[in-house]
Write a protein that binds this ligand. Structure first.
Ligand code: FAD
Length: 377
């Protein structure tokens, strides 16, 4: 049986592509499997916390090349149109997933990673080797990274616990052209959800919202739901009326689950959303996906260098480091998800935030890392 490559990565979003860049930079042979062609749009708020920008530079992926916008302020509004604004403790970058994922994909290809565009349909582990089924081939490797995002067919194959529960959340996203302030991310509350708006590269504007699926189902379609529900917040009404949608059809996804997941499943090291999804209100999922890829990649490099001598040691260290870095953020993210799961919770949180904006700054700090935490080199 031939064992080739060193690492197979399932999923080419931020976690998968970052791992591919890191591992290939350190001389390991990587095969990454992604089911969609690049570039492609993804449902995401497209606000990337600054905490991981230096790490991406270390991977020779300087996001400034994409001409992103730089975001320093957060404005939030309540359903009745009241608003407040805070300075973001770390700030971030506005860049579309269409550009960002493709940028990292091009870098990974240039680094010599083998990239297969196809869907993984099976995975098994025996005699210390993984077998990954893709199209009509079986790929084999000692290490597999699960970077397949928040909900995938592999979760079904692995019979992961969170798949047994349904989620009430769905999300909608589209790009717009028109008028929106630079340097700002706006979070607007509406009945059953909230909507984030910020600029991305080339002056385009990203609008992405999370909404209760039962509330959504009361209307015929996205536009109808927007008119009857999102428009109740005057800030959103004014945004929709002043700006022009750039997509033929908005993207939608459903079954967005914030349930706990296991970080390792059948010896697969999970990275990014496959390990856990923090509530998008926190605006930190992308940074966490990239950070978790860094942690896993560093340990895999140590494993292949003989500094970690067993699979058990590798797995234990990954779980420990993952917990050390993310347990607190996810704990706060989960409290937030619970509060935001109830209409009254959203309203109370928004009112408290309007009266005491420092509360929001504090929540942001609890759910974000810092520049020191993600040191490398
Ligand atoms: C509504 C919403 C808004 C958000 N807004 C923000 C925000 O503003 N800022 C922020 O930091 N985070 C945000 N997030 C979170 C962020 O989008 C995720 O945390 C991030 O995309 C995780 O990256 P990932 O690589 O783990 O997963 P993904 O980017 O989802 O990548 C997973 C990849 O795996 C591929 N895949 C799946 N199954 C297979 C298979 N069987 N074979 C091959 N490939 C497969 C998929 O095609 C996909 O490309 C938001 C999330 C949601 C739901």
């Amino acid at each position: 049986m031939t064992v080739n490559p060193d690492v197979i990565i399932i999923g080419g979003g931020l976690a998968g592509l970052t791992s591919a860049l890191h591992l290939s930079k350190q001389g390991l042979k990587v095969t990454l499997i992604e089911k969609h062609n690049y570039p492609h749009h993804k449902v995401c708020g497209e606000y990337l916390s600054n905490e991981i920008v230096p790490y991406l530079c270390w991977l020779n992926a300087n996001i400034n090349e994409l001409h992103p916008t730089y975001i320093q302020h957060l404005k939030f509004t309540t359903q009745n149109g009241k608003s407040a604004q805070v300075k973001l403790p770390l700030g971030g970058i506005g860049v579309s997933r269409y550009c960002l994922d493709d940028f990292l994909y091009q870098k990974a290809k240039a680094n010599g990673c083998a990239i297969v565009i196809a869907s993984v349909s099976g995975i098994s582990f025996s005699d210390d080797i993984f077998e990954v089924s893709v199209q009509d081939q079986i790929l084999r490797a000692k290490i597999v990274l699960g970077a397949f995002g928040k909900r995938a067919n592999i979760d079904q194959i692995l019979a992961r616990d969170f798949m047994k529960k349904t989620s009430k959340w769905m999300a909608v996203k589209a790009h717009y052209s028109g008028d929106f302030p630079d340097g700002l991310i706006a979070l607007h509350n509406f009945p059953g959800g909230y909507c984030g708006i910020s600029k991305i590269e080339h002056n385009a504007i990203n609008l992405c919202y999370l909404t209760d699926v039962e509330m959504f189902k009361k209307y015929k379609n996205v536009v109808d739901h927007q008119k009857h529900v999102l428009f109740t917040n005057s800030h959103l009404k004014s945004f929709f009326e002043r700006n022009t949608v750039l997509f033929d059809k908005p993207l939608t996804i459903s079954q967005i689950s914030f349930e706990k997941k296991t970080v390792i499943e059948d010896h697969i090291l999970m990275v990014g959303d496959a390990a856990s999804l923090i509530h998008p209100f926190c605006g930190n999922g992308m940074a966490m996906a990239i950070h978790s890829a860094k942690i896993a990649s560093e340990l895999i490099v140590d494993y292949y260098a003989g500094k970690i001598t067993s699979r058990e040691g590798l797995e234990k260290r990954y779980i420990n480091q993952w917990r050390k870095n993310f347990a607190r953020r996810l704990f706060f993210g989960r409290i937030l998800a619970t509060v935001l799961g109830y209409e009254v919770g959203i309203r109370v949180l928004m009112r408290v935030a309007i009266l005491f904006p420092a509360v929001l700054t504090w929540i942001i700090k609890q759910t974000h890392g810092n520049m020191k935490q993600i040191k490398w080199g």
